[in-house]
Design a protein around this ligand. Structure first.
Ligand code: BEZ
Length: 268
């Protein structure tokens, strides 16, 4: 097996890091787990399954699956989120999704809104492969090509007006269905489902809450006392396109949803 690629500056520079505050996430990100119905249907948990939740966050989705399987383990790179998941009584562990520490332990992996934060996708796929027993499956949902394009465009523009290259701070990996299918197949997975789904998503509050919760790699480019002005500017730019009177703020989400199987005859 090839060693994991080296982390990029994006991953190691603290000013580009995404930090997760469980209280803020509960306020502005609860919809992420609430909208996971189609993903859980694809996973179709079985009573005997041992399942890994890759990128479990605060454990809301993990907890909803737990009664439907024998065992579920959540992993997340954020110690604060893992602590929140443990407070729900879950087996949750801190782990880097680029270097999963499991070897043929699970029948299934579920991963929701996490893989797009892993900018070395081959390493993430390799870790999922190793974590699964032969015959195991991955049910995944992540941002796909075009996801939050309006929002990220407004952030890049706002940084550009400040003389900062916002594109270089783009923190996400949003692949096309064909590109991600190729990567899974290259590792040996049989891809049985792969769909790009536009899912405009009504936010629970103002878009500024979403920006503060999810867009830290962009906001970290400016001094803390200048961030409120930048957020207000991005909000103003997005209002004509993402604010719907009577509905509220609707984010331009595009999901990539897939099911991939590690063949029974597979080794490693
Ligand atoms: C997403 O779930 O698609 C997403 C969440 C936060 C930032 C970017 C994308």
């Amino acid at each position: 097996m090839a060693p994991p690629n080296r982390p990029s500056e994006r991953e190691t520079d603290p000013a580009r890091a995404q930090r997760w505050d469980p209280a803020r996430y509960a306020e502005h990100g609860r919809f992420v787990a609430d909208l996971a119905g189609p993903l859980v249907a694809l996973l179709a948990p079985r009573p005997d399954d041992e399942i890994l939740d890759l990128g479990c966050g605060d454990g809301a989705l993990t907890a909803s699956i737990a009664p439907r399987c024998r065992r579920i383990v959540g992993v997340d790179a954020s110690p604060d989120q893992v602590q929140a998941a443990r407070a729900l009584g879950l087996d949750a562990r801190v782990a880097d999704g680029h270097a999963l520490p499991f070897d043929s332990e699970f029948d299934a992996i579920v991963t929701n809104a996490a893989l797009h934060w892993m900018t070395r996708p081959d390493d993430a796929i390799d870790g999922m492969w190793r974590a699964l027993r032969p015959g195991g499956r991955v049910a995944g949902e992540m941002g796909g090509a075009g996801n939050v394009a309006r929002i990220s465009g407004a952030l890049v523009d706002a940084l550009g007006r400040r003389g900062i290259d916002g594109e270089s701070r783009f923190p996400w990996y949003f692949p096309t269905p064909s590109a991600y299918r190729r990567k899974l197949a290259a590792r040996g997975f049989e891809v049985t489902e792969m769909a790009l789904v536009e899912r405009p998503t009504t936010l629970p509050g103002d878009i500024s809450g979403w920006l503060e919760t999810f867009a830290e790699p962009f906001l970290g480019a400016v001094a803390a006392d200048r961030r409120p002005a930048m957020i207000a500017e991005v909000r103003d730019a997005l209002e004509p396109v993402l604010y719907r009177p009577g509905t509220g703020w609707v984010a331009d989400y595009v999901r990539l949803r897939f099911l991939a199987v590690k063949p029974r005859a597979a080794e490693g």
